[in-house]
Design a protein around this ligand. Structure first.
Ligand SMILES: Nc1nc2c(c(=O)[nH]1)N[C@H]1C(S)=C(S)[C@@H](COP(=O)(O)OP(=O)(O)OC[C@H]3O[C@@H](n4cnc5c(=O)[nH]c(N)nc54)[C@H](O)[C@@H]3O)O[C@H]1N2
Ligand SMILES: Nc1nc2c(c(=O)[nH]1)N[C@H]1C(S)=C(S)[C@@H](COP(=O)(O)OP(=O)(O)OC[C@H]3O[C@@H](n4cnc5c(=O)[nH]c(N)nc54)[C@H](O)[C@@H]3O)O[C@H]1N2
Ligand code: SF4
Ligand SMILES: [Mo]
Length: 720
């Protein structure tokens, strides 16, 4: 018998409402939920085909233990006991930091994963925490912390009132309007504004799908957005186009910004970003004088050695032109849970890495440091590592080095659906539960939606009996290791007691689970229409629930800076900007004339979903796109086999000659070249495309965000 379940897709932050048809515990169809009041504009093939991953022929269905070169299925008791014993042995020998974790992007799309992972990490007492942030959004966190006082203070876009969109380093036509904000149908809504007279400016070294539709395309030199944006700030302040009131009342360090800007030479900046001065001036003037405008900055701007300064200047432009908390600009959505306040209750102990001496950013160390922390002997050396929703060998820089380091661990544990590239040395593979198979309430990101919105993501089918949610794995590990979850006295005993009660009474709902927390945060959350939300109302809105209208006026109250003003010119950003200004103009190092840009596809998600039948014709992820101007002197024609190499790696691909990239820039899609192994069947791994991140040096990082030059590394191309 078939039934229909309404829930939402948890592959990307767009969080599209979906209608799922289920027959005999199998998903047979997924379509957009047209009755979802918030998201019905958005939907894509990734969501439509989500059941293919659930039924992946190579899906791990039970814990699998490595025995020699093969894997054998095991029970959970054996898995947890063995992992706990080996982790405790590592701690006994080298202290708590000997146990580490890397968590990737999907961990944030579960309501319980990161919370319980941190509870377990606190139990262990380890500082060896590595996260996807250093290959994604760290720059945003660093800027939000410094300017607004909280890493979570992420302004959302008020698209439907905007007259001037300045989109820097983003391709929303493909990746949807999301990066620490959820704006369903964002690109389509921006195009609707354009049809009514709004201007769209796209700053991107590549003529992307978004740039092709823009009114103005600024083909900036990769990694030099900081120079472009600084020049715009200089034009605006120089011509007195700033918003007088906000510059006087909303910020604390206008002089700091003016002092930086007063010395800059706009011609020099124009040279650095390779955008004509008159173009910079006209965009700056139009942006500052538009009735309603916003700058939106994203990964294309941040994944460089200069990323944090550029991200900062994007925010500066919004603030000094009066775009914060005003219609058509960027506002703060309080959501139904005050995530900023709750994150403030968690007291993270600052920690410097033993080798690099660098501090954590947003609670984690940088991925680029992980290999050395594994391979360098001494107190604190990582000997046991857990990979939680991550494929860092492919998604991160210099994967070859990380792969080699992972092979040296005493214990590598991966929680995932299939065994991917980063898991190939794993001693244990633990089967995860897909979002179609679990309940989620993403309460802690409720302030990232572009309107007050609540949606309980119900599970549509039961998971395979051998799969387990991450929270459960972390609780079991803490219990088996004898370490107090969350460092909270008595919690382990309480959880054990609830389990016993549930077993004895045969009422599984009496066992402690994160569902308790979901109910608690809603019950204690923000009031709407004068009262708090009730859980049964949550369940009564299977299509999602718009809680009220978009409101302005919450930005200032949300600021966590001491005096509730925006810190416009944090000294560390000014100092770094001065350092960049003092550097010679950017030039390619000898032998590596091109910069490597990046591309996503509508149908893939970073390094996964690339292996799903139906989504990807073969040959994808294996081409390098060169401008004809660059290809001709090298004798390279469309379809030729070429080698792309850098000081750290070399890969072979097929050339595609096109004028999409600006001359000097070559494009290779990221996220490809990850093999999927077959631990159950033992047949050969399948792989699609080539891993372009093998070309990215992990040594050099932006000192503020600790992000490497993932989208501007220098490379050479030669014909095979
Ligand atoms: N050159 C270059 N590199 C980039 C980028 C770029 O623009 N250019 N983009 C970067 C960005 S923005 C990001 S976010 C990172 C991503 O980097 P990562 O998060 O490290 O890697 P992903 O490729 O997202 O891999 C996620 C893994 O989680 C698994 N997974 C999915 N859902 C679940 C789940 O519910 N539970 C468990 N246990 N596992 C799950 C998937 O099967 C997959 O193996 O890559 C970055 N890499
Ligand atoms: N289909 C799909 N959607 C996704 C994802 C996916 O993998 N696939 N990933 C999701 C995730 S995790 C994230 S974080 C978001 C990311 O969302 P976006 O940040 O919008 O990511 P991209 O689509 O890679 O767009 C980045 C753009 O920056 C350009 N760029 C490269 N270098 C520079 C530079 O130096 N300066 C400027 N100005 N531009 C530059 C690239 O050419 C590219 O067009 O997308 C999310 N949505
Ligand atoms: S992957 Fe596609 S369907 Fe899923 S939330 Fe993102 S845009 Fe929506
Ligand atoms: Mo990301």
């Amino acid at each position: 018998m078939s039934r229909t379940v309404h829930t939402f897709c948890r592959y990307c932050l767009a969080s599209c409402g979906v209608e799922v048809t289920v027959e005999d515990n199998r998903v047979t169809k997924i379509s957009a939920d047209k009755r979802n009041p918030h998201s019905w504009h958005d939907f894509c093939a990734k969501g439509r085909t989500a059941a293919q991953l659930v039924e992946h022929p190579r899906r791990i269905l039970n814990p699998m233990r490595r025995v020699g070169d093969e894997y054998v299925e095991a029970g959970w008791d054996e898995a947890i006991a063995d992992i706990a014993t080996r982790m405790n042995a590592a701690i006994d020998a080298g202290g708590p930091d000997a146990v580490g974790v890397y968590y990737g992007n999907p961990a944030g799309f579960s309501s319980s994963n990161i919370v319980f992972m941190n509870g377990w990490l606190d139990a262990v007492g380890t500082h060896s925490r590595y996260a996807v942030g250093s290959i994604d959004q760290n720059a945003m966190h660093v800027v939000a912390q410094a300017m607004y006082g909280s890493i979570l203070m992420a302004p959302v876009s008020d698209i439907d009132n905007c007259d001037y969109f300045l989109l820097v380093g983003t391709n929303p036509a493909v990746s949807a309007w999301n990066w620490l904000e959820t704006v369903p149908g964002g690109w389509r809504r921006a195009l609707a504004r354009q049809a009514r007279g709004a201007t769209i400016v796209v700053v991107d070294p590549v003529r992307t799908e978004s740039a092709a539709k823009a009114d103005v395309h600024v083909a900036v030199r990769p990694g030099q957005d900081w120079a472009l944006l600084l020049a715009m700030v200089a034009v605006i302040l120089g011509e007195g186009l700033e918003h007088r009131q906000d510059c006087a009342e909303l910020v604390d360090s206008m002089e700091g910004l003016r002092a930086l800007v007063v010395d800059v030479d706009i011609d020099d900046l124009a040279d650095r970003c390779d955008v004509p001065r008159d173009r910079i001036e006209s965009v700056a003037r139009d942006f500052a004088t538009a009735r309603a405008a916003m700058v939106v900055t994203r990964t294309g701007l941040s994944m460089h050695l200069t990323g944090t300064v550029a991200e900062w200047l994007g925010h500066v432009l919004n603030v000094i032109t009066g775009r914060m908390d005003r219609p058509g600009g960027r506002r703060y959505e309080p959501g139904y849970v005050d995530a900023i306040r709750m994150s403030g209750m968690v007291k993270a102990t600052p920690h410097r890495n033993r080798l690099s001496g660098r501090e954590m950013v947003a609670g984690a160390h940088a991925l680029s440091e992980l290999p050395d922390e594994i391979t360098t002997p001494g107190p604190g050396q990582i000997r046991a590592l857990l990979l939680n929703c991550g494929n860092p060998v492919v998604s991160g820089p210099d994967g070859a080095r990380l792969d080699e380091a992972l092979s040296q661990l005493d214990l590598l544990v991966a929680i995932d659906f299939v065994q991917r590239e980063s898991h190939r040395h794993a001693h244990w593979l633990l089967p995860a539960v897909h979002w179609l198979e679990r309940d989620d309430l993403l309460a802690f990101t409720s302030n990232m939606h572009d309107e007050p919105y609540l949606h309980f993501g119900a599970r549509t089918v039961e998971p395979p009996p051998g799969a387990r949610q991450e929270w459960r794995i972390f609780v079991d590990l803490a219990l088996a290791m004898g370490k107090p979850l969350f460092r909270a006295k008595g919690l382990n005993a309480f959880i054990t007691a609830t389990r016993r009660v549930a077993r004895v009474t045969r009422r599984p709902q009496l066992e402690f689970s994160p569902a308790w927390i979901d109910r608690l945060v809603v019950a204690t959350g923000r009031k709407f229409n004068g009262r708090r939300i009730r859980w049964r109302e949550v369940l009564a809105h299977p299509h999602g629930w718009v809680l009220g209208p978009r409101e302005f006026g919450h930005f200032r109250e949300a600021l966590r800076t001491p005096d509730k003003v925006v810190r416009l010119a944090p000294p560390e950003f000014v100092a770094r900007a001065r350092e960049l200004l003092a550097e010679p103009a950017p030039a390619a190092p000898a032998g590596y004339p091109f910069q490597l840009a990046n591309r996503r596809h509508r149908h893939s998600m970073n390094s996964w979903l690339n292996d799903l039948p139906g989504l990807h014709p073969s040959g994808k992820g294996s081409e390098v796109v060169l401008h004809p101007y660059d290809a001709a002197p090298l004798g390279i024609a469309d379809g030729d086999r070429v080698t792309v190499h850098s000081p750290v790696g070399a890969i072979e691909l097929t050339a595609a000659v096109s004028d999409q990239p600006r001359p000097g820039v070559v494009i290779i899609d990221h996220g490809w070249g990850s093999r999927v192994f077959d631990p159950r069947g033992g047949s050969a791994p399948v792989g699609f495309g080539v891993n372009r991140n093998l070309l990215v040096d992990a040594e050099e990082v932006d000192p503020l965000s600790q992000t490497p030059a993932l989208n501007s590394a220098y490379v050479a191309v030669t014909r095979v």
